[in-house]
Every structure is written in C-alpha cells, then in structure tokens.
Design a protein around this ligand. Structure first.
Ligand SMILES: [Zn+2]
Length: 466
C-alpha cells in the first residue's frame, strides 16, 4: 500500500485523524480483543501494574509511574510506542509534526494558503514520535518548551512572531509520547511552564504568550519518596496525571530469575559453552530479594533488579576466566565465584552506616544468607547424614577458584553419598557442573554449621566438625 503523499491524496484516502490518546486507546483495544499481551518483556506485572496501565490508556490519562530504581519504569515508558500507529501523516518539514488537516504553526499555515491540496506530507514511524528526558535541576524552559532563536531575530523576525521560536523537546514531540524521568528533579519554574503548556495550552517564552495547543501524552516517573514529599511537585501538575501507578520489585524469586535471564548480556564466545546451574541462578536472585528486606539498608532508593543482572554477569565472567585459564570448555559458575560480587553490589546498595570497611563484610553476609536459604530449599537436615559420617574419617576438601573440574570428582570419590546428592542437582556427565554442585553442597553445609570451613590465602578447606 502506498501512503498518500499530499493533503489531497490523504483526504481521498478517507483518513481521519485521531488524538494520540485516542490512537493508543484504539490500538490497545485491538490488542486486547486479539488476546495479545500489552507489552512484551515486562515480567511480574501481569496482575499489578499492567491492568493499571491498561485502565489509564482506556481512560486517556497521562501517567505517572512511582517506583524505586530498577523497576522497569523506563521500559514501560518506551513500550508505549508499540501502541502507536505504524505511521502518522504530518505536514512535511514541520518542526512540530503538524496535523495536515489542522496545522498549528504559522509556517504550515503559510504553506497551506497556496495550493492546499498539493501540500506534501511526511509519514512518521512510532520511534520518531517518542522523546525522553531525564529531569535534572538544570533543565530549562528552552530545552523543554523553546526559546527565541537569535538567528531568526537577526533575519528580521519580530520577538512576538512565533516563527522566531526555536522549539524545545515537547513541541517537537507533538502528536507523540513525551516521557520524563524523575519528574520531581525538575525546577519548580519549569514545572509551571510544563503545566501551562499541557493544561492552558499556551507557553510563555521571554514574556511572550504563545498559544500552542499540542496533542501529547505525558508519561513520567518519580521515586515515591521524592514525589510525595511536600513541595517537590507543584500541585496542579500532580493533578494533571490521571493515573498514578506504583511499580514494584519482582515479588518472587522466579520472576527475578526470568528478568535476569532476559536482560543479561548474551554469552557468545567461540569454543566455550555456558551452563548456569539452577541453584546458582536462585542464589543470585535471592541476594537481591534478601537485601530488599534488610533493615540496615536504606530502601528509599531501593535495590534495583540491575544488581541481580550485574551480579550474574560478574559471576559468569569469573567462571569464564577460570575456564580460559584451565582450558575447560564448559563454563559453570561455582559458589566460590560469589566472592567477586562485591564490585557489582557496591553502589547499588545504600547502607544506613557510613564506614566503607564493613560494606564488604555486609555484602558477604548477604551472599551467605542467600546461599543458606537456597541450600535449605534443596536439602533437609537429614540429607547429608550418610555423607557426614563418611566425611568425618576423610581428609576433607581443599579447593580454590582455579581448581580444575576433574579434581572435584577425584576428591569426591571416597564419598559416594555426596556424589549421589550431586547427581540430583546437575548433569552427571559434566565435570564442570559436578564441581559446581560439590562446592554448593560443601558451602551450604559449612554455612549451616554441619562442617568447618577454613580460608587459607586463596584456598578454602572444608573439614569435618571435630
Ligand atoms: Zn507546522
């Protein structure tokens, strides 16, 4: 199908313009009728956030998403473009994407006064109808709304002439979706300007009042504490948002794992394959889930799902480093690799204490708690009674980050009861997976006080309790 190229052709095609909100609504209804999902790749919100967003779109509301960091707010904002039409006709060359039937800007009006029907069109794809701005205190009216363009003045335009304006981001997103991150960080003066534009449909630029009835959907985000604290948001702007929707962290470990799987950088390195045992995935997810419940952590900014993602990437890299050095082709993370997570945890957790020195220690404790929880999920207190009996007469296990996988099988030989448990956890034909399972069990037993663990320089020694 060829798209109309002029206003005349557009009229002949029977095209009827919609408002952006009407467009989102119509496309949402179609998608719901077909039984399709609202957004793809947004996990854990099916019963909470998604229905609220659907309601907001059906109600033609502007939306404010309230949530701590790392709760997919930005992804939701960007996903709104999937509800826009495939392409939208605008007057070609218009800075503010004017509607061919009802142009706003003077430039387009002048263009049309000639032969209106022959005025040429441009067709915008959804991605060209979305802009995003991170609110910071130094964002200006010029950035968002516009400013007098000195070049245009020099060319002889009058200050009061709308053609002397250099449009900012919002007018340039006319007939599209404007997303603003961290709304409370916007200076009050700018909030007032924003409100006037959205509600009064006019702008004040350098004292000149210019009518600019834009057609726009606003979606904003804010940290809940900033948003509700007095004076951070001017009341009329708050009122403008028809829907205030609270986002949240994954409510289950399974959801957290699904997000990590979806988001981690793909592992593609010739000659190596990656296997992440389920218990290692669960430990990574549990670290964040445990941290979110800790009283020693300041929760106003939250513990982002990004911590889980970065922890997983870090864990994989450490396992990969070992595989390269040892010339092993299967990359499998082990519990000893968890000691490298502090670099991906620091900076994502705001502790209530100040001393840096205990930060590392607190991160280790979080990891320890997570390992313990997952270990107890897999095994009961009695799971290892036969093994512990065998272990009490043996030499124990000494291992380090760089211990080759086959050594675990060799060291495990005297303990068939241990290897039987290992075979319940992983593929029994893979030494690298078996090594990881042996470590997980030994670490779990040590954390739960069933065996002893000594740390000697880079080595770990697991021995029977005496
Ligand atoms: Zn125009």
């Amino acid at each position: 199908m060829t798209l109309p190229k002029t206003i005349g052709e557009l009229k002949e095609s029977g095209y009827q313009p919609k408002t952006v909100k009407g467009e989102l609504r119509a496309n949402l209804i179609n998608r719901m009728k077909k039984g399709d999902q609202l957004f793809s790749g947004i996990i854990g919100y099916d019963e909470t956030v998604i229905p609220e967003i659907e309601n907001a779109i059906l109600s033609c509301h502007d939306i404010i998403l309230l949530g701590e960091r790392g709760q997919a707010k930005t992804r939701i904002m960007r996903s709104l473009t999937t509800l826009l039409d495939e392409s939208l006709p605008v007057i070609a060359g218009c800075e503010i994407n004017d509607n061919p039937y009802y142009p706003l800007c003077k430039h387009c009006h002048e263009k049309i006064t000639g032969d209106k029907e022959k005025t040429t069109l441009a067709w915008l794809p959804p991605e060209m109808r979305f802009s995003e701005k991170l609110a910071t205190p130094d964002v200006t009216i010029a950035d968002l709304i516009g400013d007098i363009d000195p070049v245009k003045i020099a060319e002889g335009r009058y200050l009061s002439d709308e053609r002397a304006i250099h449009y900012g981001l919002i007018p340039r997103t006319n007939r599209g979706v404007f997303a603003i991150n961290e709304l409370p960080d916007l200076h009050e003066k700018i909030q007032v300007g924003l409100f006037n534009l959205l509600e009064e449909r006019d702008v004040q630029i350098r004292g000149f009042k210019i009518a600019l009835p834009l057609d726009i959907v606003i979606i904003a985000t804010a940290n809940p504490e900033d948003y509700t604290s007095r004076g951070r948001i001017i009341t009329p702007l708050k009122d403008r948002f028809g829907a205030q929707i609270r986002t949240h962290y994954p409510k289950t470990r399974e959801d957290e794992i699904s997000i990590v799987r979806q988001e981690i950088a793909p592992f593609t390195t010739d000659g190596f394959t990656l296997t992440i045992p389920p218990f290692m995935e669960e430990i990574i997810a549990e670290i964040s889930q445990t941290a979110r419940l800790q009283s020693e952590i300041n929760h106003s900014s939250g513990i982002s799902v990004r911590m889980s993602i970065h922890n997983m990437e870090n864990l994989i890299s450490n396992a990969f480093r070992r595989s390269i050095r040892l010339h092993e082709h299967e990359v499998v993370p082990r519990t000893i690799d968890l000691t490298h997570l502090s670099s991906s945890m620091k900076g994502k957790i705001e502790w209530n204490f100040i001393e840096d020195t205990i930060e590392e220690e607190k991160c280790s404790l979080l990891i320890r708690d997570a390992v313990s929880k997952i270990f107890k999920k897999y095994f009961s207190h009695h799971s290892f009674t036969p093994f512990l009996k065998q272990f009490s007469t043996g030499d124990g296990f000494e291992l380090s980050e760089m211990t080759p996988s086959p050594s675990y099988l060799h060291n495990g030989e005297p303990y068939p009861a241990l290897m039987e448990r290992v075979s319940q956890l992983v593929d029994n034909t893979s030494p690298a997976q078996q090594a990881s399972a042996v470590e997980f069990i030994l670490e779990g037993l040590a954390i739960t006080g069933r065996i002893k663990k000594e740390i000697r320089e880079t080595a770990l020694i697991y021995r029977a309790n005496t």
